[in-house]
Design a binder for this molecule. Structure first.
Ligand code: HSE
Length: 438
């Protein structure tokens, strides 16, 4: 074991920064035995460096200017925990140019600028660790990148936004609607600073971008991800889905099909019999289906001070072990060798083939269901189940739930245009995709 410590410069002293300092200090002995050397935070920088903090900063040089921190001669690794892309991107690139290794928890940074960052790291022979960027404490990057490297990965399905999962889980309890549950998630500190990143699916799309690149050897391409959030999901849909044997989850899916890769984030009905359907509250879970391993499932805390710090520290241990090694022989950040990525096409949503849950509001009169099913039949769309609940006597408009077997999305959309044009059908028409995960 080398006696010289791996020296860390910390950018950001927020929740995860504090968690990282705490874990490195509390578990210093086991971490050093695993890493082969101690790991010590020697310097830190934050927006307000003088602010009183609840964690111990003794022995850590506090630096006003983050640019100074990423150039300090006594820093081996810069840990970026400030989030967002500005100024994080410039600081990370500056750190790499200064020959520092980088560990980051920043999913937006890797999803949007990872190609440039990894290119800079390769040129400067430095390492970039980002386990903490996807699903906090769950070691899913390492699993997909290293432990499954003998597989052709067929698909990944993940619940990778805790806030959405908290909201959808709470909405399955009696009397809980979207808005008050979102307010509770914000009060509990689960949501991003801008909660639209969570509930409109952006955060999950950042994480899926990273997982898909690792799984399929494609460049990072956030702009190719189809993104739909959970604002339009109502308690009624959650209840109808449950009656039919499904849970609604905000699912991130990446799948290799004949024409390329599907990359999509949207609410999805999952059979209650699937483990993934039973992941509740803020917890995250990712299922990866490999041709050799079959389905594997990774579950845990997707955010929080120490779960995220756990991933940051694991990356630091990896850096310590590989420190000074020939950069050619290190694990490539995106699993595939940089010159062996393939730019497979991303399948358009119109071409996607999947099953659907539909909720229609129709006039309570004879022949309406026949008209709706005629349109579906003419479009080659096969019905799996229909549910019409008893409604109040005399109700003029009643909801009808229809589940249909897998069909190309363009055919589903065309049929819904025709159904919406029927005079007996009223707005809104709700359409939610379904996945069997088999
Ligand atoms: N806001 C994120 C979530 C935190 O709800 O999962 C971790 O990225």
């Amino acid at each position: 074991m080398s006696s010289s410590a791996l020296k860390i410069g910390l950018l950001g002293l927020g929740t995860v920064g504090g968690g990282t300092i705490a874990v490195l200090s509390r578990n210093a002995d086991v971490i050093a035995r695993r890493a082969g050397r101690p790991i010590e935070v020697v310097a830190a920088s934050a927006r307000d460096i003088t602010k009183p903090r609840a964690f111990d900063l003794s022995g850590i040089a506090l630096v006003e200017d983050p640019i100074e921190l990423v150039g300090r001669p006594d820093v081996d690794v810069v840990v970026e925990l400030i989030g967002g892309t500005t100024p994080a991107k410039d600081l990370v690139l500056a750190a790499l140019e200064n020959g520092k290794h980088v560990v980051t928890a920043n999913k937006a940074l890797i999803a949007l600028h990872g190609n440039e960052i990894f290119e800079a790291a390769q040129r400067t022979q430095t390492m970039v660790g980002f386990e903490a960027a996807v699903a906090g404490g769950i070691p899913v990057i390492k699993a997909a990148r290293e432990a499954l490297s003998g597989n052709r990965i067929e698909w990944i399905a993940g619940i990778i936004n805790g806030t959405c999962n908290f909201i959808l889980s709470a909405m399955s309890e009696p009397g809980r609607e979207f808005e008050p549950v979102l307010a509770e998630a914000q009060a509990l500190g689960y949501a991003e600073a801008d909660p639209s990143f969570d509930i409109d699916g952006i955060d999950a799309a950042h994480k899926l971008t990273i997982l898909a690149a690792i799984a399929f050897g494609i460049p990072l391409q956030f702009e190719s991800v189809f993104v739909e959030g959970i604002r339009h999901i109502s308690r009624a849909d959650v209840e109808y889905a449950a009656r039919l044997g499904y849970r609604i989850k905000h699912l991130a899916m990446a799948r290799q099909v004949a024409d390329g890769i599907e990359l999509r984030v949207h609410p999805t009905l999952i059979p209650t019999s699937q483990l993934l359907a039973n992941v509740d509250g803020v917890m995250n879970a990712i299922m990866i289906n490999g041709d050799a391993a079959g389905p594997t499932l990774y579950y845990g805390a997707g955010a929080g001070a120490e779960p995220t710090a756990s991933a940051v520290v694991a990356d630091l241990v990896d850096v310590a072990r590989a420190f000074g090694s020939d950069s050619e022989n290190r694990v490539p950040p995106l699993a595939f060798q940089a010159d062996r990525l393939t730019d497979l096409p991303i399948v358009s949503m119109e071409a996607l083939e999947t099953a659907y849950y539909l909720r229609l509001h129709v006039l309570n009169q004879a022949g309406v269901l026949a008209d709706v099913t005629r349109v579906l039949g003419a479009g080659g769309i096969s019905i799996e189940a229909i549910l019409q609940q008893e409604s109040d006597p005399g109700a003029a408009i009643v909801p009808i739930i229809i589940l249909v077997h897998p069909v190309p999305e363009h055919a589903m959309n065309q049929a819904l245009v025709e159904i919406a044009a029927l005079s007996q059908v009223h707005e809104p028409i709700v359409k939610i995709r379904m996945e069997s995960l088999t």
